[in-house]
Design a protein around this ligand. Sequence first.
Ligand code: HEC
Ligand code: HEC
Length: 302
Amino acid sequence: MSVGERDPFTGHQTTGHEWNGIKELNTPVPKPVYFFLITLGIFALAWTLLMPSWPYGSGYFKGLLGVDQKEVVAKSVADAARERAGWMARIEKEDLTQIQSDPDLMRTVRENGLTLFGDNCAACHGANAKGNKGFPNIVQSPMLWGNDPETVLQTVTAGINGTDPNTRVSQMLAFGRDGTLTQDQVSLLAGFVKSLSGPATVTDTNKEDVAKGKELFATTCVACHGDDAKGLVEVGAPNLTDDYWIYGGERKDIYESIFHGRQGHMPSWGARLTPADIKIITLYVLDLRKEGGTTAAAGGGS
Ligand code: HEC
Ligand code: HEC
């Protein structure tokens, strides 16, 4: 078939290509395509003239509009710094309850607290602050040293068994290892302690042992854990009747706690973070506890 043949139906010439009897028509490029090409060309030209574009020896063409992205960034950084200085000053100055009652400030606390907590606390307490074995759940469990905001701030600042001169000091003695109690006695105590949060573990066969454990508890443990075993904030001794365990609530974990003792170490943050950052983290934790919905039940024991 030859080039230039005309299609009788459309009137277009053919290109001369033919596939299995189907011939290709030589139709013109659609007008909208030209339109787009021309518009784009004009736009590109205008953009290079208006905005910073072509580099030359010692600089670049700044554009007729004089837009400078560096200035824009510098300005937004300066704005952010000014804003930060504003709320930082308030965090430094105001006391915890004042800050808590300001929803705007608390929004800032939440944003910044999340990062600060992630960087400093999550390694031990977990990203959600609900703890890991050996590191307490600080969202839901009662605070060993007391719940009110200033007390928690003090705990975080000074640490527990930390390096700060004001650190909180606590120790669960190693009753078995030190030979104060025999293995059997430790075992009886573990059975009794377990029964406090799990009454169902008391059966007809072990109820005498649990009673013996209770007697031992009354003579050996109440000084720190309290007559009702609900803990004493004065010595940071935990409530043994609830479902929150720092070191695990299985009978064998409890046995270990009593036999080998425990001495949790919480760093003294006063030496590592600014007072304002510690305030933010503390408020952030207290806020999580509010959301956790268990603040009312918490009381560090007695
Ligand atoms: C190196 C691990 C570690 C890191 C990091 C850590 N903690 Fe702790 N934290 C502990 C341990 C262990 C305890 C429990 C101490 C005990 O058993 O007496 C604790 C206890 C606490 C308590 C409970 C105090 C109470 O009265 O019961 C709070 C609140 C707390 N930490 C907050 C924080 C905050 C906020 C950070 C980050 C700034 C942080 N912790 C970082 C190990 C850590
Ligand atoms: C000198 C005070 C003191 C005495 C006495 C004491 N405790 Fe403790 N006990 C503590 C402290 C403080 C802790 C928390 C240690 C920590 O978190 O690092 C603790 C922790 C525990 C734990 C672990 C709790 C958990 O959440 O994992 C158990 C179980 C326990 N004690 C049982 C006993 C029993 C049983 C006795 C009596 C034989 C006893 N304690 C006597 C201070 C004491």
